[in-house]
Every structure is written in structure tokens, then in C-alpha cells.
Design a protein around this ligand. Structure first.
Ligand SMILES: [Zn+2]
Length: 246
């Protein structure tokens, strides 16, 4: 009788033991599972934080700066249209104006200046500097700079030599900084704004200077579409002075 009882007790005891072991194992497994889940969640979170930290640096940082430049203006219709479009987008550009185009369009030079754009020199008659004598070349620059100074009250230090030809050994009474370009969509060869836009977007990268002309409607429309696209991609538009000197 005693033996039977003790056998039963033994069985019950071992039954409880099994139960405890099983409960223990289940708790252990579940702790392990939730522990792993917590570790994975934490590491994913820290990755996200790292990613989150990185986004503003590249989005608004100095790495993604581009300078839009416009030659051959000011044009009474299209330069005005461009200035309005840039103002709406709070974007600054650089205008290399032709001296002989300024007369009668002083209000546009004023608008450029008030809008925070850079005004540069593109010679008076849109000439190849290298084809001229030293004196005539200096006069082309000086006459244009004087007209700009009369309107803005400031000297311009930047020149975009027509056809990209600059004479480094030119000795004028003033020093100019020649500004070339990285992306040339040849916007003057087509009226197809989508093509101009595509040529720019295919090539442009951070730190680039884009060459365009504000005397064509298709160029102005393409430029504003490029601005919208690149702003959405986190690029910032600056003047050539900011891009080169800072
Ligand atoms: Zn030009």
C-alpha cells in the first residue's frame, strides 16, 4: 500500500517536474524570441537614425550645390519670364549680360540685382576676346562693367568670355575672374525644351556650372523645369561666386 502511494507520489512528482521543465523551457524560448526581436528592432532603429541623420546633410549640404548661368541677355521678354520663375522658386542664378543689350533694359539688370542674382560680364559686342588687340579687348569688358556699375552701384568681378575663349595674359587696368562651365546642353540649337531639360539632367552632378541662354523661350522653360526637378532631388542653386569662392 505504502509502495503504491509512494509510486503514485513519485509519478505525480515527476509529472510536476516535467510540467515545470516544460513551462521553464517555454518561458526560456519566449524570452529568447522576444530578446532577439528587441535586438533586431533596436539595430534597425539605430540604422534608421543613422540614415535619418545622413539625409539632411546631403539634401541641404554643400555637396549638392549647382550654379545656373545665363548668357547673352538681358532679353526683354524671356529674361523677365526667367526672373519671375526664379523668384517664385527662391532660386539664385548668374547672368552674363552683353553690354549692348543693356540700353533700354536697365530695369532687368535692376531686377537681377534686387533678386540676389550675380551679374557678370559677357563683353559689349559678344566678341572673341582672343581676336582683339589687348586694348580693344579691355574696352569690351570695361564698357560693359561700367554700364552694370551705373545701375547696381557695384563692380562685377566675373566674366564669361564669348565662345569660351579667354586671353589669360590680357593686361587691363582691372582683374576679372573668367567663368567657364561643366554642362552645356546646346540650348540654342533647338526649340525643344524637353530635349534641353534631358541633356542637362543626363549630365549634371553636384558642383557643376550649367550654361544656358536667357534669350530663348524654350531655354527659360527648360531651366525652370530643371530647377523644379533638381530642387526635388535635394540640390541647392547658388551663384557662381558662391560655388567658386566658398
Ligand atoms: Zn554668348
Amino acid at each position: 500500500m505504502e509502495k503504491i502511494v509512494s509510486d503514485r507520489e513519485e509519478k505525480e512528482k515527476s509529472g510536476y517536474r516535467r510540467l515545470f521543465v516544460e513551462i521553464g523551457a517555454r518561458i526560456g524560448k519566449s524570452l529568447f524570441f522576444w530578446g532577439m526581436a528587441a535586438i533586431l528592432a533596436f539595430s534597425a532603429y539605430t540604422d534608421l537614425v543613422k540614415l535619418g541623420d545622413a539625409v539632411p546633410i546631403t539634401a541641404a549640404g554643400e555637396d549638392k550645390r549647382i550654379a545656373l548661368t545665363f548668357d547673352d541677355g538681358p532679353h526683354p521678354v524671356y529674361t523677365k519670364m526667367l526672373l519671375e520663375g526664379l523668384a517664385e522658386r527662391n532660386v539664385h542664378a548668374s547672368f552674363f549680360v552683353i553690354g549692348k543689350n543693356i540700353s533700354g533694359r536697365e530695369d532687368l539688370i535692376e531686377k537681377m540685382y534686387e533678386g540676389g542674382h550675380l551679374i557678370g560680364n559677357h563683353t559689349f559686342d559678344h566678341v572673341k576676346i582672343c581676336d582683339l588687340s589687348g586694348e580693344a579687348a579691355c574696352e569690351q569688358i570695361e564698357k560693359t562693367s561700367a554700364l552694370i556699375r551705373e545701375i547696381t552701384g557695384e563692380d562685377t568681378e566675373f566674366v564669361r568670355p564669348p565662345f569660351g575663349e579667354w586671353n589669360k595674359s590680357m593686361e587691363c587696368s582691372f582683374q576679372m575672374i573668367p567663368v567657364m562651365w561643366d554642362v552645356d546642353p546646346l540650348d540654342w540649337t533647338t526649340k525643344n525644351q524637353a530635349l534641353v531639360k534631358q541633356r542637362i539632367l543626363d549630365k549634371v552632378k553636384a558642383g557643376d556650372i550649367i550654361l544656358m541662354h536667357d534669350c530663348y523661350e524654350s531655354s527659360v522653360t527648360a531651366a525652370l523645369e530643371v530647377v523644379d526637378q533638381l530642387l526635388a532631388e535635394g540640390y541647392e542653386f547658388v551663384t557662381v561666386e558662391e560655388l567658386i569662392l566658398e
